[in-house]
Design a protein around this ligand. Structure first.
Ligand code: UN1
Length: 509
């Protein structure tokens, strides 16, 4: 039985003629635009996109700078109310947003549900954090006759550059964090998912964000580079590749203007360590989810599985069997486990790695491609055995798993090898011995450690997400201190003796 649960939503949505375009001062600047293709079948057009011109990018920054003072003077409660309304709006547009995630980003149905939920959670969580931390200044102790307090304020204009792999959740997370902290925002969604970014921006405006406070600019690296180089911006939030984060850093360092923060969340070379006490059935299930869900296109995804050698053959045999059962195909079907990768460039890069691995490494298992995949950008899940994590040149952002055998007694060496990649995002441990997980937690330099479970799908407010080293700057998204990095702290000291002290002296006299 195959079910296309989004059939109606797809039809309705198609009738809406999705069109991504710059939104400047609340005005949508639609031109004829270019077609956007469905990654599962590139003969299908999902919508169109009108790209931002350099002049429009300048105009957007002008507008956001002019609005900065007024928006930062709003109360945290007013801003939080807009975020709560955005959460409600996304819930009431759930089917359309899911359809967009499936059609434009190639997300499977369960991933599309999770995507909208995560975006909703970001709004509600940051609304709550804004009320708690930005509502009233925090009083500080001081000598008698002096009043001291510290308060958080917006920095000005924030540029938010978001990725295609969480096109709604991370876009919404960055933008609402910046807005909640009192900044105006110029947002550039990934060019592959301009429709979703545009739809999210439209909903934010509908939720009550003033049109001057949020500018939406569909575009590529040229527009992103232009925004980051502009002297008038006061901060950058970026999620994407290490290479782009470095370029942004370089551009920021060359500006003559103020020194401003870069909040970067980048990639990972994420490992899992499974010792001989791991429960094989659970381990195999968690490896499948961590490596192949979302076609491996999560920065949290598992790339290198370290298996203790005495159980390796057994586990790999089971893993291969399970991989044969995965269904690769159209993500709109509920029966599909693995959808396409985002675009031909991504597929070609991954296939080059797969070909190189087939020449140099042992094949552990490969999922057969399903029928009707020839017109999409599909990569079949595949696993190879390699000698160590340092065999890999870089992060391969797709459904490719690498397996390494290790011997009992080598745990510290394994953790050191993982640390040596200088990435530090997620790490999984499967062991029934508490001391093993504790030892790894002590030694590993990672942002998110998962014990005896899969290592993806961090939940907002529950598993604050983000790494260290090459994986990003922190603070953790969906964590209690995320908004602080979007803000400045102002300490205010008032000498109360002149008025208060004198008055009381006179009263006594
Ligand atoms: C990313 O892939 O950019 O834990 C972030 C997860 C997600 C975050 C992934 N919540 O898989």
């Amino acid at each position: 039985l195959v079910v296309e649960p989004l059939g109606d939503a797809m039809d309705t949505a198609a009738g809406q003629h999705w069109h991504a375009a710059p939104i400047i001062g609340g005005k949508s600047l639609k031109g004829e635009g270019d077609p956007i293709l469905n990654p599962a079948d590139r003969r299908q057009q999902v919508g169109r996109v009108t790209w931002t011109t350099p002049e429009q990018a300048d105009e957007a920054i002008t507008m956001a700078s002019r609005a900065a003072a007024e928006w930062s003077a709003t109360t945290a409660e007013e801003r939080a109310t807009c975020l709560d309304r955005m959460a409600d709006l996304m819930e009431s547009h759930m089917a359309e947003l899911m359809a967009l995630c499936v059609r434009e980003a190639g997300k499977g149905v369960p991933d599309a549900v999770a995507e909208v939920r995560e975006a909703v959670d970001f709004c509600r969580y940051y609304a709550q954090r804004a009320r708690l931390d930005f509502g009233t200044p925090m009083p500080l102790p001081g000598p008698t006759g002096e009043k001291n307090e510290i308060a958080l304020h917006g920095r000005g204009v924030f540029v938010c550059i978001s990725p295609w792999n969480f096109p709604l959740a991370i876009f919404t997370g960055q933008v609402t964090a910046a807005l909640a902290a009192g900044n105006t925002v110029v947002a550039k969604p990934a060019e592959q998912t301009s429709l979703i970014g545009t739809r999210a921006a439209e909903l934010l405006l509908e939720a009550g964000i003033p049109p001057e406070a949020l500018q939406l600019l569909p575009g590529g690296g040229d527009i992103g580079g232009r925004l980051v180089a502009d002297e008038r911006i006061n901060g950058v939030a970026f999620t994407g590749s290490v290479a782009t984060a470095r370029r942004i850093n370089q551009t920021l360092s060359q500006r003559q203007g103020p020194i401003i923060p870069l909040i970067a969340e980048t990639g990972g070379q994420n490992a899992m360590i499974a010792d001989s006490t791991a429960l094989p059935e659970q381990l195999v299930r968690d490896v499948l989810i961590s490596s192949f869900q979302s076609a491996g296109q999560r920065c949290s995804a598992l790339r290198v599985l370290y298996l203790q050698e005495d159980v390796a053959d057994h586990v790999l045999h089971m893993l291969n069997g399970a991989m044969q059962e995965l269904t690769v195909g159209d993500p709109a079907w509920l029966a599909t486990d693995v959808g396409p990768v985002i675009d031909p460039e991504a597929r070609d890069g991954l296939m080059r790695h797969v070909e190189a691995m087939k020449r140099s490494a042992r094949l552990v298992g490969e999922t057969p491609l399903g029928p009707d995949t020839e017109h999409g950008t599909f990569v079949a899940p595949v696993a190879f055995e390699i000698n160590g994590i340092d065999d890999l040149d870089d992060e391969h952002f797709g459904p490719i798993l690498h397996v390494v055998r290790y011997k009992a007694g080598e745990l510290d060496r394994v953790v050191d090898a993982i640390n040596n990649t200088r990435y530090g995002l997620t790490l999984g441990v499967h062991s029934r011995i508490d001391a093993v997980a504790e030892r790894v937690a002590q030694r590993a330099r990672v942002g998110n450690l998962y014990v005896n479970r899969n290592q993806i799908g961090a939940v907002v407010g529950v598993q604050p997400f983000g790494g260290e080293g090459l994986s990003g700057t922190g603070p953790k998204a969906g964590g209690p201190r995320y908004l602080h990095r979007f803000a400045t702290e102002r300490a205010v000291t008032v000498d109360t003796t002149a008025a208060g002290g004198n008055a009381s002296l006179f009263a006594m006299g």
